[in-house]
Design a protein around this ligand. Structure first.
Ligand code: SF4
Length: 350
């Protein structure tokens, strides 16, 4: 039987300590190794120079580190956005997008290879879900992008790339625990945003984790009839259940929820849609983020910044506050899933 090595990056400090003791080593070695992995962000055991050569060989024999290969790196010419297409060890690909804001760097990471949710405007779901990413692979998306920077720290993470994070619940929670661990990378959980299309039972479960992250819910329509058309998840978890779960999350975590609303011409951008959104969210202390839909050839939906601005004014007239999200990296296909999709199409044509 083939021995499958554990990805050492995925082990929390107490788990790593137990493994190191099992190998007959002193406990404090685990702390040194965690430091090499999560503070110095090393890519192989040879870099761990304060460990003996024998211990490094033992680690190599028992564990693996799986750095990601940067298969493509696209840099925007209009802003500082960088898009990475990462190659995984099994030949699959995922994307991350690094964005520069006044307050620093933010990285949008993928949580799955593909997505099963079937949103009609999204390139990531074309071809369905291939598999979940491990916590180690998500960490590598972040650490690889961090290693690429000459200076500055990526201080914000957005789980909004390819995949539905709550459909990969356990790995995503482990990733958050690792990336925020005080003995390691020590990112504040408040600087992590998790985006979901609305998996109600998982939203309720997440509220119990005690993680002060921000929840961002992809709404995109304010009636079940419209939402059913563009987001199949709504047929399973309709709006009344979703909004009730969001209110529950908000009151239990004391965190304000963000609703994402992508404007699509002739679908959800009329004044009557703004009124329906007002009816749905009035009285709920939340934030609304308006986004002109990213054009995906296979989906065919379009919108514009002007339409988003107009929709914001409709909402403002009704007393709802909303902002229009800055469009970054428009020249490098920064919408999630497009680069991976292009790669898949190119391989089919070869
Ligand atoms: S928008 Fe998100 S949940 Fe919907 S298909 Fe795309 S990746 Fe999946």
């Amino acid at each position: 039987m083939r021995f499958i090595k554990t990805d050492i990056l995925e082990l929390l400090p107490d788990e790593l300590e137990a493994e190191i003791e099992r190998l007959g080593e002193k406990k404090f070695r685990a702390k040194q190794i965690f430091d090499w992995l999560h503070i110095k962000k090393c890519e192989n055991f040879d870099e761990m120079t304060n460990l003996s050569a024998q211990l490094r060989t033992t680690l190599e024999d028992n564990f693996c580190i799986k750095p990601l290969k940067i298969s493509k790196k696209l840099e925007s010419t209009t802003d500082d956005t960088v898009k990475y297409l990462y190659g995984l060890s099994d030949g699959e690909f995922v994307e991350s997008v690094l964005m520069k804001y006044k307050y620093g760097y933010s990285l949008c990471i993928s949580t799955q290879v593909g997505c099963a949710m079937g949103c009609k405007f999204c390139a990531s779901t074309i071809g369905g879900k291939v598999r979940n990413l491990t916590a180690g692979e998500m960490l590598q998306e972040y650490y690889t992008a961090q290693r690429q920077l000459d200076s500055g720290r990526i201080g914000n993470i957005v789980l909004m790339g390819i995949g539905e994070p709550l459909d990969n619940y356990d790995n995503v929670i482990r990733f958050i625990k690792l990336v925020t661990h005080k003995s390691g990378n020590n990112l504040s959980a408040r600087d992590i945003t998790l985006s979901t299309c609305g998996l109600v039972p998982k939203i309720l479960q997440l509220a119990n984790e005690g993680l002060p992250i921000t929840l961002s819910v992809s709404l995109h329509a304010a009636t079940n009839m419209k939402r059913n058309e563009i987001m199949p998840v709504n047929k399973v978890y309709p709006l009344d259940k979703l909004i009730s779960a969001c209110k529950d999350f908000s009151s239990r975590t004391k965190r304000r929820i963000t609703f994402e609303y992508s404007l699509i011409d002739n679908v959800n951008s009329a004044k009557s849609d703004a009124f329906e959104l007002y009816e749905l969210l009035r009285g709920f202390n939340c934030h609304i983020n308006l986004i002109p839909i990213n054009y995906v050839k296979e989906c065919g939906f379009v919108s514009s910044r002007k339409a988003a601005e107009q929709f914001r004014i409709y909402l403002q007239e009704l007393g709802l506050n909303a902002t229009v999200r800055r469009t970054l990296g428009a020249d490098i296909n920064a919408a999630c899933g497009q680069l991976r999709r292009e790669k898949a199409v190119a391989e089919l044509c070869e």
